[in-house]
Design a protein around this ligand. Structure first.
Ligand code: HEM
Length: 510
């Protein structure tokens, strides 16, 4: 579908069959598009998407291409990944992650990825989801019927507990408070890094750096103690065990590397899933009839229990809901690279040294791929729709070599937590003011967090079919078959049965 947005685009080049290439519409001589980006980065990406498949722009001195055409994104991530490196902006996060997976490139990255990957093998998911279920039960045991509560900190702590227990075999309050402090510092760093007006001087403010050093030092000391303790115990095969077994086997697998990967996983492994969950609850709180439909469908199948690993395979309504959440609020809402070697993408030569930004936020909200793109409509995710979507019109976990290493784990974790919470509780907003997303390392809620009213669902309420809403929106019956009152669990003919939940996760990892 053609877009209606047609500002005075200055088209840079017209190449037959090439993807459109244009400059950002409102650049100024001095600042380029820096002010527009600084004022509202998310809107900025959407303007780029409506302007051209590739927008060439400049934020102060930094030159960039904003790429939103799916086939060009595929070229960058899958077809010519070796022509790109992680962007300079992310390199600055090395003060935190060292040369961990997120920030490294080349040979170091290849060795690290090989070393870390086994910790995320599919056969570990069942055990992981048991940990998730237990921690989720503990978390909600603090929630009182009828209370208004900011659930964001609870979700952050829950996800942190899940990842530390699974990857490191421990969780205690000391580790929790160290990681929380470091995450807050990380947001400060990201704020500096992504503000185009704070690029000079290149070093961070001294106060911020002192905080980084302190928090990082606390975490390193904790991890060093943990490593020493683990070395005195029989080997285990969690992430830390796998890393320790590989220590010294390759020049780039030393103690420093283990610490860097641990910091990377501790931060990337809980901030992202907490973001996905907070936006899930936000959207369900704003769409209570959808939440009721989902609860009824899940209750029919799970009877109020958390979904186990095998359960996930058949929970199509849950998958559709989560896909729709990650479409509207992708936890990682933009991916960056820098052109290392000039390369032709979409019919245009990308120049060395330019940054490339591929914003999921804007691609996922494009009217070219999604009807009523700003609306929360889980029922759009039918198999036919999935099939019709071009590759990289939906890419919450990126794709190609650098696809999210924790994607399967993250997706299963979010589904398991959401599947449990929605059966047990009904969330509603306390006021109608929309929550404004903030651009941090992940897509964060604004300073209010997510204050919601929490009501416990009784078994009867959870399994009741919300007939009125279903009649008003017949399309919902496709997505929440049990809530329509007709289907039995796992009914044949379910529109998602063909791909299954876990098959679906794999397809998301492109
Ligand atoms: C909803 C949750 C998550 C989302 C949406 C997400 C998204 C992403 C994306 C888009 C990338 C690729 C960035 C790029 O191409 O530059 C990525 C990379 C990565 N993610 Fe995730 N992630 C999630 C959860 C997790 C979890 C739970 C972990 C670890 C336990 C994790 C660890 C990583 C790591 C280490 C990388 C770097 C991989 C590499 O470059 O080899 N992520 N993630």
């Amino acid at each position: 579908m053609a877009t209606t947005f047609a500002p005075d685009i200055q088209t840079l080049s017209i190449v037959p069959d090439a993807i459109s290439l244009a400059r950002y519409p409102d650049e100024t001589l001095l600042l380029g598009s820096a002010r527009a980006y600084r004022d509202n980065g998310l809107k900025y990406f959407q303007i780029c998407e409506r302007t051209a498949g590739i927008v060439q722009t400049r934020a102060m001195w930094k030159r960039a291409y904003i790429i939103t055409e799916p086939s060009a994104i595929a070229d960058v991530l899958v077809n010519y990944p070796k022509c790109f490196v992680k962007p300079f902006i992310l390199q600055r996060l090395k003060v935190l992650f060292g040369d961990g997976l997120l920030t490294s490139d080349g040979e170091v990255w290849t060795h690290r990825r090989r070393a870390v990957q086994p910790a995320f093998a599919s056969d570990r998911m069942a055990a992981f989801l048991n940990v998730v279920a237990e921690n989720t039960r503990q978390t909600v045991s603090l929630w009182r019927d009828g209370e208004v509560r900011d659930v964001y900190p609870d979700l952050v702590n829950l996800c942190m507990k899940n990842i530390t227990q699974t990857m490191f075999g421990v969780y205690d309050e000391e580790l929790g408070s160290i990681v929380r402090a470091l995450a807050a510092t990380c947001h400060g760093l990201v704020g500096q890094i992504f503000n185009p007006f704070r690029q000079f001087p290149l070093h961070f403010p001294r106060r911020l750096m002192r905080k980084v050093e302190k928090d990082l030092n606390d975490l390193r000391q904790y991890l060093n103690r943990l490593i020493e303790q683990r070395k005195s115990e029989p080997p285990r095969d969690d992430f830390l065990g796998i890393m320790l077994a590989g220590e010294g086997r390759h020049p780039c697998m030393n103690r420093e590397a283990i610490i860097n990967e641990s910091v990377t996983l501790l931060l990337a492994g809980h901030e992202t899933t907490a973001s996905a969950l907070v936006w899930s609850l936000y959207l369900l709180a704003r769409h209570p009839w959808l939440s009721d439909g989902l609860a009824a469908d899940l209750y029919m199948r799970l009877n109020g229990e958390p979904p186990s690993h095998p359960d996930l395979e058949s929970l199509e309504s849950l998958r559709a809901t989560l896909d729709e959440v990650l479409r509207l609020y992708p936890a990682t809402h933009r991916i960056g690279r820098t052109v290392k070697t000039p390369v032709r993408i979409g019919g245009h030569m990308l120049r060395e040294g330019f940054d490339v930004v591929m914003p999921q936020w804007a691609v996922h909200r494009s009217p070219r791929w999604y009807r009523d793109p700003e609306a929360f409509v889980p029922s759009r995710w039918t198999p036919a729709f999935r099939k019709s979507l071009p590759r990289f019109a939906y890419f919450p976990f990126s794709g190609g070599l650098r696809t999210c290493v924790g994607g399967q784990l993250a997706y299963s974790e979010c589904a398991a937590i959401l599947g449990f919470l929605v059966q047990r509780f009904r969330f509603s907003m306390c006021d109608s003011t929309p929550l404004v997303p903030r651009e941090g390392l992940t897509l964060l809620p604004d300073a209010r967090g997510l204050p919601v009213r929490i009501e416990k669902r009784t078994a009867a309420a959870a399994s009741a079919s919300p007939a009125v809403e279903m009649a008003a929106q017949p399309g919902l019956r496709r997505i929440y078959p049990s809530a329509g009152g007709s289907s039995r669990p796992g009914a044949a003919g379910c529109p998602f049965a063909a791909s299954g939940f876990l098959g679906g996760i794999k397809s998301l990892l492109h």
